[in-house]
Design a protein around this ligand. Sequence first.
Ligand SMILES: [Zn+2]
Length: 220
Amino acid sequence: MALATAGSGNQKALRRLIAGILLLGGSSGFGATPAPLRQMTVRVYDYSGVPANVQAAARDGVAAIFRRAGVELIWVDCPITAPSETRPAACDIGPVPGLLTLKIVPESMAGGFRLPRDKFGLAVREYGAYVFFDRLRNHTAAKSLLLPPILGIVTAHELGHLLLEKGHSAAGLMAEGLLSTQFRDAEKGVWPAFTLDQIAWIQRQPKPALVAGAGILPSG
Ligand SMILES: [Zn+2]
């Protein structure tokens, strides 16, 4: 229970941590004590064959968003067709606290969810975050947007759903209707953020469990 609820001392520590995180996002962090980042692992199942350069640029954005929330993301690629003995052990274990699952899927898989065509992704706590890649690609073509920023924002948004109890916020990364202005800003390196309440919630998540041999980091 003590781990699950934040007492007043923990609240103070949390406020200091958030202040430190915000300072980290500032110009030089001059005079600020860098807040320790807690680590979370994201295992990625790419069913869409996303080009490596697009994937890398999108991950940079996702990492920047989570870093501002005090989280360092560790990416584990889980090749779809590789035999299980040749891919990281983290790819083939069940749900573990602190281990996030991302599935980037084509329309042939996305259509099975029977969601409106303007939905770019979905998060199912037991199964992971889904990003509908063909819809993103079509949207970027229609709106003359760059693909990595929109892939990054939608990925961060859906991963956020895996961590947050409440669904959407009025503004920021977790706004229900992601706006073209957010995508345009991200093209310039300005990524949408979690709200302070959401950061506090994320920081209260249980520390990742240590799974022997699976590369899941126990530090928080
Ligand atoms: Zn959402």
